[in-house]
Design a protein around this ligand. Structure first.
Ligand SMILES: [Cu+2]
Length: 231
């Protein structure tokens, strides 16, 4: 007689030998992230199906360069998902697809947009990965001190895993500083001194008080803004 659980283990082992076990462990479903295949110049299917939370890959079987790029934009104003542009024999992930919820999402190859169009069908199975999400805060301070140092203290906290975070400082309509790309893991917080431009420092020096707008952008997520009230 089989002990409880044995049947399940035998079942998993059988599927593991068939190469399906990663799909089971990820979401309890049998689906495996699809591989979008490109040739010169067409995609191998009109529709590719995947579970929520999966990330398809693109394999280029052709000689020409190809990519898989969503037609629609996401919450950051950039494409919902995209692969790198790759040459023959290269497999590359379609980044951003792991955040998609149920639906059909058209994509194309930006190099051959007329002949290379297809759709990514996301099923109701699985769970989407939580989109990158950041919280930006800026402290009050002295305008003279910020102008002299040329740096504005800003704190960024990541609510979920957030890659490619950038910060922009604005005084009215003009950009007066920025912070190059950085990454934060979920729950991680980073205190930064965002550098002002020469022109930005000059503008601030003329003021007795100023409100600097801090815009935090993150790839595949919504932006967050904060205001630094300087006196
Ligand atoms: Cu192409």
């Amino acid at each position: 007689m089989l002990r409880p659980g044995t049947a399940g283990r035998v079942f998993v082992a059988a599927l593991a030998s068939a190469g399906l076990v990663s799909g089971i462990l990820a979401g309890g479903a049998l689906a495996v992230a699809p591989q979008i295949q490109a040739d010169d110049d067409f995609f191998s299917a009109a529709t590719y199906t995947m579970d929520q939370g999966d990330k398809p890959t693109l394999l280029n079987n052709g000689v020409n360069l190809h990519n898989a790029t969503a037609k629609l934009n996401g919450p950051d104003g950039m494409v919902l998902f995209e692969s790198a542009t790759v040459g023959n024999g290269v497999t590359t992930p379609a980044e951003g697809a792991q955040y998609l919820t149920v639906g059909s999402y058209a994509f194309l190859c930006t190099i051959h947009p007329l002949s290379m169009q297809a759709a990514l069908q996301v099923s109701s199975a699985g769970t989407p990965v939580r989109r990158p999400s950041i919280d930006v805060t800026a402290a009050k301070g002295k305008v003279a001190k910020v102008a002299k140092k040329g740096k504005l203290p800003v704190t960024v906290r990541a609510l979920t895993d957030s890659d490619k975070i950038t910060l922009t400082l604005k005084l009215g309509m003009s950009k007066i500083g920025s912070q190059p790309e950085f990454n934060l893991a979920a729950g991680q917080q980073r205190k930064l001194s965002v550098k002002l431009t020469k022109a930005g420092k000059k503008q601030l020096r003329k003021k007795s008080k100023a409100t600097v707008k801090v815009i935090g952008d993150v790839r595949f997520g919504a932006s967050d803004t904060a205001k630094a009230n300087l006196k």
